[in-house]
Design a protein around this ligand. Structure first.
Ligand code: GAR
Length: 211
């Protein structure tokens, strides 16, 4: 049974998609052991508690400096003994020591087709604002392994979403979530939980077809 810790910052709709997929049997061999948030007000923490999953607050604001936070966050994570760490809308940079401690065991969902519209400053609604500003016709979402770079680790899966006339950042964000994020993230977790993914020469390979 894959032991998952989910890290969140806000609404937690991706967390909800994962919990729903586990409840529905779409993700097998996996359980969410804990949810960590950097923000006390995150609705995601309530979603965790509603599911009888411990919700843990780890805010950088409570530490003297970033290094102290990084050490405490990594120690907290290690204490939870996760097989997989899922960043589901987590807007704090993952400490390098955590990446080293959990190699190929941290995944992230990002609301664009990486390497477009990603990296420093591209998170949440801002991604969709910049997509519309640039006038691209296709966007989407990406699930990838996390390395020490920003949105740079091996890509697990991507799904395209078309821009529509009269899109606003909010409308587009919702469509990218519905059509791509809430599909890709549970699928990636199920693939990892059931040994269907491997990393070969820095690239993710699917061991077998999912259909
Ligand atoms: C999601 O769209 C997720 O892809 C994005 O934040 C949102 C969180 O929503 N993540 C990033 O931008 C990471 N760079 P949620 O809390 O409702 O799942």
């Amino acid at each position: 049974m894959l032991r998952i810790v989910v890290c969140v910052s806000g609404g937690g709709t991706n967390l909800q998609a994962v919990l729903d997929a586990i409840d529905a049997g779409k993700i097998t061999n996996a359980q969410v052991a804990a949810v960590i948030s950097n923000s006390a007000g995150a609705k995601a923490l309530q979603r965790a508690r509603d599911h009888h999953i411990p919700g843990i607050l780890m805010s950088p604001k409570e530490y003297s400096d970033r290094e102290a936070y990084n050490e405490a966050f990594t120690a907290q994570m290690a204490g939870l003994n996760p097989d997989l760490i899922v960043l589901a809308g987590f807007l704090v940079r993952i400490p390098p020591q955590m990446v080293q401690r959990f190699p190929d065991r941290i995944i992230n969902i990002h609301p664009s087709l990486i390497p477009s519209f990603c990296g420093v400053g591209y998170y949440g609604l801002k991604v969709h604002e910049k997509v519309l500003e640039r006038g691209v016709k296709v966007t989407g979402a990406t699930v990838h392994f996390v390395n020490e770079g920003m949105d740079e680790g091996p890509i697990i899966a991507q799904k395209a979403v078309y821009i529509e006339e009269n899109d606003t950042p909010e409308l587009l964000q919702r469509r990218v979530m519905e059509q791509a994020e809430w599909v890709l993230l549970p699928q990636a977790i199920d693939d990892i939980a059931n040994g269907r993914l491997e990393i070969v020469d820095g690239h993710v390979r699917h061991r077998e077809s999912r259909v």
